[in-house]
Design a binder for this molecule. Structure first.
Ligand code: CDP
Ligand code: CDP
Length: 205
């Protein structure tokens, strides 16, 4: 059985949190596709050509802690505008999506480009201020020195670059269920996501 759940949305909307919870609930596999772009961005910062980095990504490149930094996030959004980089990452994502047992993929273009036939699509949003506040707290908790204003500027800059690019811009699929998590607790957002996906026919793997 293959059942694909696509979860898209802007930076720090709660995609990862909801994806992990939904994947755990249904016992599906989860792929954070942002990590692919972050890994390519990380290698670009090291001086590697982004296309070469995208065509030679290894599984061990994907779980490094140093991918979750603001510098790498910015680099990710810069390599993500390059159509050839995006194209090099398509097959891996589609193969993951159709694996037996069900899959949750989160990113920017899962419901629109990577898996237009996904059985369930969510588009998760929250105001830029709420998202920046959440990401700011997260970075502080991890001991990274920053300010709310810096994080808000980063979120806004990446949102604009992600929405304005020609290749696979950030936008909700026509058939996506939209969840605005601005005023929601994590538990409420998770419950809303599981309800929406159940409505689309997902069952435990
Ligand atoms: O994956 P994405 O960048 O969209 O967001 P995330 O990493 O899931 O969430 C960013 C931060 O917001 C995390 O620290 C979450 O715990 C928090 N969050 C929240 O406070 N309320 C929600 N409804 C969802 C996430
Ligand atoms: O967690 P957060 O939402 O802040 O970032 P992320 O999901 O790790 O994505 C980092 C950057 O990768 C985004 O700003 C996008 O430019 C890019 N990205 C993309 O273009 N397509 C995807 N499917 C996932 C990420």
């Amino acid at each position: 059985m293959a059942f694909t759940i696509a979860i898209d949305g802007p930076a720090a909307a709660g995609k990862g949190t909801l994806s992990k919870a939904v994947a755990a609930h249904f016992a599906y596999a989860h792929l954070d596709t942002g990590l692919l772009y972050r890994a390519v961005g990380r290698r670009m910062l090291d001086g590697v050509d982004p296309l070469e980095a995208a065509t030679s990504l290894l599984a061990e490149d994907l779980d490094a802690d140093d991918l979750r930094t603001p510098d790498v996030a910015q680099a990710a959004s810069r390599v993500a505008v390059i159509p050839e980089v995006r194209a090099a990452l398509v097959d891996f994502q589609r193969a993951f999506a159709r694996r037996d047992g069900g899959a949750v993929l989160d990113g920017r273009d899962i419901g629109t480009v990577i898996c237009p036939d996904a059985e369930a699509k969510l588009f998760v949003t929250a105001s830029a201020e709420v998202r920046a506040e959440r990401r700011f707290r997260e970075l502080l908790d991890r001991g990274l020195e920053t300010t709310f204003e810096t994080v808000l500027a980063d979120v806004r800059e990446r949102d604009a670059r992600d929405m304005d690019r020609v290749a696979a811009p950030l936008l909700p699929a026509e058939d996506a269920v939209q969840i605005d998590t601005s005023g929601m607790s994590i538990d409420d957002a998770v419950a809303a996501a599981i309800a929406a996906v159940t409505e689309k026919g997902a069952t435990q793997a």
